[in-house]
Design a protein around this ligand. Structure first.
Ligand code: DUC
Ligand code: ZN
Ligand code: ZN
Length: 471
């Protein structure tokens, strides 16, 4: 048997089901052996006293996604995947977005061009379906699902992306027929527009009013409608970026009626509140504008409860990076604009794992197993990448994070994204990756990014494996 390329000795290995002590033997980028006292490898790393988890799978992030000008995402695949690696994430699943009037296949081709030669961690694509023409429904979407794009997002809000209920039913039906997973952005577009106009008429256009234009009610209504549409079609769905109690109540209702409704939440709903958008008319709060908006402390607790008790399947960043100072970011054209015109989204790819590990695991709110399940194993299963990704098992890719448990104060200067702020500036955190391995290669050594642009591979996705196969 050829030598092992690398051995991680004395690791405290955590998977979604167990924690155990062993050596991890790596050959040709994959985990070849798990055991005690493995024979010497060509290279060895001592992980004594350290926890080792699977590399993170961030199943909801936006990188270099084309926008209507002047807004432009700050991170492309170069800076975005570098940032991912330094935060312990080894697989990202951003979105190939169809513009209305555009072919879906053209969007995918364009997006491959954006990733190739730049990605330093592995990547797959979700689709965004914004124009479900007959050709998209009957030809393009089924063909793309067969080629490994097995999940797509649909929006119930945003003028350039939203689908009406009939269109939602049509795309859900394609998901059912072809075994894809539909991800739903659930907010009621007409209510948001009505509220926005009233706020504008009253001169309430500062960033903080964004949260008033998108209250929990609009998310709750759309969540319930999405559940009803999926029930009509009889297909599982995943509700993305769930922000608080009322949406969770709808999902619990669906589950109690036997419906396969999965849910995702994100760091902003645990660590930010609407007050971060401003308590007066200052523009600083533009940094934290995202949709749905962060809620309040009580809703944060409900999200923690949902993470601990299994309501949530996936914990993603929804990284949507815009600079604060740049003229293509939160100040379009260099101006402080009304909240309606501020690009939605905050950075979070690099901080996702550390935030949840620090406050969730080390804060005593969730188990280490739950952490692995939410940040790695379940996203890999939901999007058909497991067991190659998302676990520590013989035969799987050697994507690993060795954790350094120490207190520090988070500063944007230590992050590797191309955004000029982090919403979590000054937070006291308790852990950060000491080492990130992508298929056995060090991409973050605890001090520096050591990955290489172009080393990240495109991953065609298989059928989601969260549910038993339908016959
Ligand atoms: N909301 C989204 O739906 N996508 C990107 C960022 C955001 O805030
Ligand atoms: Zn969304
Ligand atoms: Zn998003």
């Amino acid at each position: 048997m050829p030598d092992l390329d690398l051995i991680i000795r004395n690791a405290r290995v955590a998977t979604a089901s167990d924690t155990f002590h062993c050596d991890i033997g790596i050959r040709a980028g994959r985990i070849a052996l798990l055991g005690e006292g493995l024979p010497a490898g060509l290279r060895e790393i001592d992980a004594a006293g350290r926890t080792v988890t699977p590399g993170g799978v961030d199943a909801h992030c936006h990188l270099d996604q084309p926008m209507e000008g002047p807004a432009k995402m700050a991170d492309d695949f170069l800076s975005g995947t570098r940032s991912a690696a330094c935060g312990g994430t080894t697989t990202v699943i951003p979105f190939a977005a169809q513009a209305k009037g555009e072919s879906l296949a053209a969007a995918v081709q364009d997006y491959h061009g954006r990733a190739e030669g730049k990605a330093s961690v592995d990547y797959a694509f979700h689709l965004i379906v914004s124009d479900p023409t007959p050709a998209v429904l009957t030809q393009e979407l089924p063909a793309l699902i067969a080629q490994g794009y097995t999940s797509f997002k649909v929006y119930m809000t945003y003028d350039d992306l939203k689908l009406d209920d009939g269109q939602m039913l049509d795309v859900l039906d394609v998901a059912r027929q072809h075994g894809a997973l539909a991800m739903i952005h659930a907010e009621n577009a007409d209510c948001i527009e009505w509220l926005t106009k009233r706020l504008e008429a009253a001169g309430r256009t500062a960033p903080r009013w964004h949260a008033h234009a998108r209250p929990m009610l609009v998310e709750r209504e759309a969540t319930h409608r999405a559940i009803s549409l999926s029930q009509l079609v009889d297909v599982p769905i995943l509700i993305v970026h769930v922000s608080g109690r009322e949406a969770i109540e709808q999902i619990r209702w669906a589950r109690s009626h036997g419906l396969s409704v999965f849910a995702e939440t994100c760091p902003q709903y645990l660590f930010l509140t609407a007050e971060d958008l401003g308590i007066d008319d200052s523009y600083h709060g533009a940094r934290c504008i995202c949709s749905p908006p962060p809620r309040d402390k009580a809703n944060q607790q409900v999200i923690w409860d949902g993470l601990a008790d299994g309501l949530f399947t996936v914990f993603s960043s929804d990284h949507a990076p815009f600079t604060y100072e740049g003229s293509d970011g939160k100040k379009p054209g260099g101006e402080e604009v009304a909240f309606r015109h501020i690009p939605n989204g905050i950075p979070g790819l690099e901080t996702r794992l550390s935030l949840l590990y620090s406050e969730g695991v080390l804060g005593g709110r969730i188990t280490l197993q739950k952490f692995v399940e939410l940040t790695s194993t379940n996203p890999a299963k939901a999007y058909g990448l497991h067991p190659r990704k998302g676990t520590i098992a013989v035969g799987g890719d050697a994507d690993l994070v060795v954790w350094d448990e120490r207190d520090f104060t988070l500063r944007n200067g230590q992050l590797h994204h191309a955004v000029d702020y982090t919403p979590y500036e000054g937070m006291r955190l308790k852990a950060w990756p000491a080492l990130t391995l992508l298929r056995g290669e060090t991409v973050w050594d605890g001090q520096s990014f050591t990955g290489k642009a172009g080393r990240g591979k495109f991953l065609p996705c298989g059928t989601p494996t969260l549910l038993p196969r339908r016959s």
